[in-house]
Design a protein around this ligand. Structure first.
Ligand SMILES: Cc1ncc(COP(=O)(O)O)c(C=O)c1O
Length: 411
């Protein structure tokens, strides 16, 4: 690549990872809908496989070309280079076929049978299901921790601790976790080895939060959300401080078959060029809406980082650059009021998922978080009256009007 080093992410997100000289001087990346790649010779084919299977360390060998699109392909590589360039602290990245593929492939790479995984609840419902119902089948126990419980949990499980997994802000409550404090707690409890800290950064993205600069080792994304940004693809991504960790995760990806396919990787790379514009506009829109929402009599409480007080406000200031565009509102009148509100929306669509250019609303208790246990729901504050909003790029006044009218209908 000829691009100068240390570009601002708003610049590198536009074209990092793409070299026109490798693509007939096209100014934007082409798609490579190709399953298999020709080798220059049989000897080189044998060497490529030795490197790909880890029999020769990639660093000690001259570069290898592409083999087969389940292992690697140009569109995934271009997106990964772009993500690495904007994720502060990242040395390498990997693209996946969904956020869940990124999470499951990464956890299955880094945790071993007999170990414990500590996570702070709530986490996204799919992650919660994987942790509580699937990991035990592989003899990995996932243990939920609440605010203030970290020292005790780390003291109790330090000997068998394999991984720590955090989602901040959490889906759907927007609760934030102090990453530096959890990292320091892990290092105090386990001084003799490095325990990997994984952070799902889907809600704030590389634009507003850089977990790798706050003690995390691996950052995970549902790229379906803000990275893709148009509700027209499903994908996932992982970035890490240590390139060897990404190499191990990519080996798992090759055998699980969870690489993002070329067309989706191409769409993702195209979306990265507008990531800063979209997320900045969406965050500003959300911040404008929260005062109207807070003032409405049908609303009991609004959760948005711009309204945080006390310790949550301190965490927000210390590790985030903007509040983002996810809002959770608690309606007076519980589930019936929440359903009346959702059914009355006209502009904001009633749908799961988030982070797209269009605004969406959903009722987590009966949809994305419906499989969480009663205890987890109570401990996490996922109430019957809670509605999650993902604010898009529309004009905020139109959104305000739609939300106010639907709140009137819910009262
Ligand atoms: C915070 C978070 N992480 C992970 C996921 C899973 O991503 P995907 O649906 O792309 O598999 C989601 C999906 O909603 C999510 O909200």
């Amino acid at each position: 690549m000829r691009s100068p080093p240390f570009l601002d992410p708003r610049t590198s997100s536009v074209s990092e990872g793409f070299d026109p000289e490798l693509s007939m001087m096209a100014v934007r990346p082409p798609i490579f809908p190709v399953s298999t790649y020709a080798f220059p010779s049989a000897e080189e084919a044998a060497r490529y496989f030795e490197v790909a299977l880890g029999k020769i360390a990639a660093e000690t060998s001259s570069p290898v070309g592409l083999i087969y699109a389940r292992l690697n392909h140009p569109n995934a590589e271009m997106f990964e280079d772009g993500l690495r360039s904007v994720e502060r602290g990242a040395a390498a990245a990997a693209a996946f076929t969904s956020g869940m593929a990124a999470i499951t492939s990464t956890v299955m790479t880094l945790a071993k049978p007999g170990q414990k995984l500590l996570y702070q609840r709530p986490v996204y419902g799919g992650t919660d299901h994987f942790f509580r119902h699937m990991l035990p089948e592989w003899n990995i126990e996932a243990i939920a921790v609440d605010d203030g419980g970290w020292d005790e949990a780390l003291a109790r499980h330090h000997a068998t601790l394999g991984l720590v997994y955090l989602e901040t802000p959490a889906n759907p409550t927007l609760h934030m976790i102090d990453l530096d404090a959890v990292r320091a707690g892990i290092d105090r409890a386990v001084p003799d080895r490095h325990v990997q800290l994984l952070v799902d950064n889907t809600f704030l993205g590389p634009v507003f939060q850089s977990p790798l600069e706050h003690g995390a080792d691996v950052v995970l994304y549902s790229a379906t959300k803000f990275l893709g940004g148009h509700s027209d693809l499903v994908a996932g991504a992982v970035a890490a401080r240590d390139p060897a960790v990404i190499s191990r995760i990519k080996t798992t990806r090759a055998f699980f078959g969870t690489i993002c396919e070329p067309f989706t990787a191409w769409m993702l790379q195209r979306s990265m060029a507008t990531l800063w514009l979209r997320m900045t506009k969406q965050s500003k829109n959300a911040t404008k809406l929260v005062s109207m929402l807070s003032a409405h009599p049908a609303v009991e409480r609004v959760h948005h980082p711009s309204l945080f007080t006390g310790d949550q406000a301190r965490i927000f200031r210390s590790q985030c650059r903007a509040p983002g565009s996810m809002i959770a509102i608690e309606l007076r009148g519980g589930r019936p009021a929440a359903f009346r509100f959702l059914n009355a929306l006209r502009l904001v669509r009633l749908a799961v998922s988030l982070g797209g250019v269009e605004s969406l609303a959903c009722h987590p208790r009966t949809t994305t978080a419906s499989e969480m246990s009663e205890e987890d729901l109570r401990a996490s504050g996922v109430t019957d009256g809670l509605v999650r909003l993902s604010v898009g790029v529309e004009h905020w006044r139109d959104l305000a009007q739609d939300l106010a009218r639907a709140l009137d209908a819910a009262s």
